[in-house]
Design a protein around this ligand. Sequence first.
Ligand SMILES: Nc1nc2c(ncn2[C@@H]2O[C@H](COP(=O)(O)OP(=O)(O)OP(=O)(O)O)[C@@H](O)[C@H]2O)c(=O)[nH]1
Length: 395
Amino acid sequence: MDFLDVSTILQVSALFNLMAALAWLVLAQSFRIAPRASRLMAAVHLTRLLTQGCTECMAGWPALLRDSLTEFGLLGCLALLLLAVRRMLRSRQRAHDVAWVSGLGALGIAVGLSQPATVIAALSSTAAATVLAALATREVVRCAGSELSRTVGALTTLPFIAMVLMGLAHGAELLTDPGWAARSMASTSPSAARASLWLLITVSTTLSLIALMIWRVVTRIQHLTYRDPLTGALNRRAFEQALESAQAQLQRGHGFALAMIDIDHFKRINDQHGHQAGDAALQHCVRIWQANLREVDRLGRLGGEEFCALLPLAPGSDLSSAAAVAERLRTGLAAQPLRWRGLTMPLSASFGVALPVVGDAQGEIGLVRADAELYRAKTEGRNRVCVATPLGGTP
Ligand SMILES: Nc1nc2c(ncn2[C@@H]2O[C@H](COP(=O)(O)OP(=O)(O)OP(=O)(O)O)[C@@H](O)[C@H]2O)c(=O)[nH]1
């Protein structure tokens, strides 16, 4: 079958690698999307292009040179790929782990090729490539579910798992049939099945990493749209949207409470230590409050040093449970002063807690009532939680 002709497969592969390298370079240079990771990916494809290319180009080359290119090229590709994945995921994978594995693999290849023991070279490159693919798999799995969505995580993991399995299978093949490496060295091209498999893995790895980049760009845009850039809390618009949908849920019996929060004497921090200290204080407060809130709670920055927490109430719980959450936020902040440039600044905040009103589509009445309690907390001496009397009921 013409389609399975090795030379055609290798030419398709070369063309794909060339196009992919160009696409990554455009992402890096023109769109400035993860430029370092994109440049590394371009390098992966160019290395692949150089080492695999088309069989005709390498047919006349000395076997040793051809084999060195193939083995070192494969190792280089995987090392660059792992470095790119590491950058894309901003993972904690240490770069010198990559250097160690690649260095040992390269040493094994050099030793193997310097003697008539090609199996050592093939085994070294296969072992190092398998470990590098396993490290990449581990990184993606580690990020799936936290920094990565599960679907994108699964999609990105598959080609790396395939690489690990291929590496293991090839290693077993080399160990059980040591003559394989010598035969492969004598032949100028891989088998059609092997070339197709590599093409498939190259294409799926590229597509899954492009999906990962798109996912990252989309999440970044969402973050910029919905989050306050300084503190990472929801911005006013996003908080108002969350409040509106919580009000809609209220009709169906899903209760919630609002805790209006204002940092005490915040102006003094700005006046005494400058705006940067004020910014650090805002970030410090949000960090502490987010750590003390559940995932379902929403913390929004309404402006300046004023925040509001939207606290969904479990069935059967009432205003007192929301007051307990506000109290936890208050004590959490009071217990952890801000340490900034060698200074220790005690911080506190005042809280006003109120329940929303059914039928108030925008949630404005609840906000006004929580704000009134916040005002009371300020006038009663600050660093306290004041709770509104439920409308038409006892406190
Ligand atoms: N550093 C910094 N300061 C901000 C930001 N937004 C608002 N501010 C400052 O926050 C201060 C708010 O001061 P006030 O409204 O007087 O409140 P306060 O000093 O906290 O006093 P009380 O609320 O009565 O305890 C003002 O000085 C604003 O300039 C910001 O993003 N960064």
